[in-house]
Write a protein that binds this ligand. Structure first.
Ligand SMILES: [Zn+2]
Length: 407
């Protein structure tokens, strides 16, 4: 039986662990530079980590003459993390090692039957199955983290009232305590856009970039922001605030009660209703009025002028919203993700192109990436990353270090 993660570790051991977890394998001298510790102190803090089998010496590095230096790293055996992405139409569950490498994953539909109780049961059963199949003998899941649809109370571990879920019962759900009971390990919770940006900034395409913004465009618009080593959280931890940026003062009536929000123009709902309105006005297309967004994307690819025009219109609004966001935050990287971005080249290219053109000159160095490097695993991997950050108490200063030392 393995002891609990960090059960006997103090803040300095955790600091050494975090440095190795993000930059290992490294030699002792590199570790001294990363942690700023003295050699004797470092050895003292490494010992309990090695006794817990959290840190290993997996290999030897290049020698500059003389004996080859031992390289230290966190173990890729024994201890595993569970990451969960609870979205409106699917749930993704990943098992990762302590380096946040995905060892196994499962994907499920979220439909009218996916009540909170059933969803939690699926997570717990899947965790057992993945632990049996994908860990080393005796290995187990020591931490779990969830990226979910907000709004939520992170401190209470409760999902408050996520919108557009098909099943009933998703109101004031004590998700963290339900999962902790089923999984038997600590559970962290954040909104999915936050966990996605955390994963991409620390382990993905944003590694080494000081300011990263992640925008997921689908049923709603979900945004996560990682600025100078800090995850920026909005009030009530809602991830859809960017969706309510006004991009048209006299525009459409939004579900929030205001007019002209981005959410009314650049979401799946907006695309399908715009298409239906155009057809009702008599504009030509081979598609019927009540068509799915996937069919609109496919038709645009095959040359349907109305489908292309509706997507271009939606993406233009997204681009304008993005340019405002970029002007405000000054990110080096904007990751565009989600169903509309994935399915439609036209949608992605128009949104990124308009944003690039509209952005204020001082922010013109911004780069765009389609999908991020963790792609559809980003939210779930970020859940696991969040759980580890919280357990290791990797507070903003260590994240700043992570940014400074990488890339
Ligand atoms: Zn709104």
């Amino acid at each position: 039986m393995l002891p609990d993660l960090f059960s006997t570790c103090g803040p300095q051991e955790k600091r050494v662990f975090c440095a190795l977890q993000k930059f290992g394998p490294v030699s002792k001298s590199q570790l001294l530079a990363l942690t700023g510790l003295k050699l004797t102190t470092l050895s003292r803090f490494l010992r309990p980590l090695e006794e817990l089998r959290l840190v290993v010496r997996p290999q030897f590095g290049e020698s500059s003459g003389g004996r080859k230096p031992a390289l230290y790293d966190v173990t890729d055996r024994d201890y595993y993390l569970l990451g969960v992405d609870i979205s409106r139409t699917y749930m993704q569950i990943v098992l990762t090692d302590l380096k946040l490498r995905v060892r196994a994953s499962r994907r499920f539909h979220m439909d009218g039957q996916s009540t909170p109780e059933r969803t939690v049961r699926t997570i717990v059963e899947t965790a057992r199955e993945l632990a049996d199949q994908a860990t080393t003998p005796g290995g187990r899941i020591v931490l779990a983290g969830v990226g979910a649809v907000g709004p939520m109370s992170r401190t209470d571990g409760v999902l408050l009232s996520p919108r557009y879920f098909q099943a009933s019962g998703w109101k004031d759900v004590p998700l963290v305590s339900m999962l902790r009971q089923g999984l038997g390990c600590p559970v962290s919770l954040d909104n999915g856009a936050n966990t996605a940006v955390l994963a991409e900034a620390l382990y993905g395409i944003g590694r080494g970039v000081p300011r990263v913004v992640y925008v997921n465009c689908g049923v709603g618009i979900r945004t996560g922001t990682f600025l100078d080593g800090v995850l920026i959280r909005t009030s009530q931890n809602a991830e859809d605030v960017f969706g309510h940026m006004v991009v048209n003062a006299d525009g459409r009536l939004c579900t929030c009660g205001k007019r002209g929000c981005l959410d009314c123009y650049a979401t799946i709902r907006a695309v399908t209703s715009e298409f239906a309105e155009c057809r009702a006005r008599g504009e030509h297309s081979d598609l019927p009025a009540d068509v799915t967004w996937e069919s609109i994307c496919a038709a645009a690819r095959q040359g349907d002028a109305l489908a292309a025009s509706v997507l271009r219109h939606a993406a233009t609004y997204l681009g304008i919203g993005l340019s405002n966001l970029i002007n405000l935050l000054g990110p080096g990287l904007v990751i565009l993700s989600g169903p509309l971005i994935r399915q439609s080249d036209l949608f992605y290219e128009t949104a990124a192109g308009v944003a690039q053109k509209q952005v204020w000159a001082v922010q013109s160095g911004v780069k765009f990436h389609r999908g991020g490097s963790l792609e559809e695993d980003a939210i779930a991997v970020g859940g696991a990353a969040l759980a580890l950050e919280e357990a290791a108490e990797a507070l903003p200063d260590s994240r700043v270090q992570a940014v400074q030392h990488s890339g």
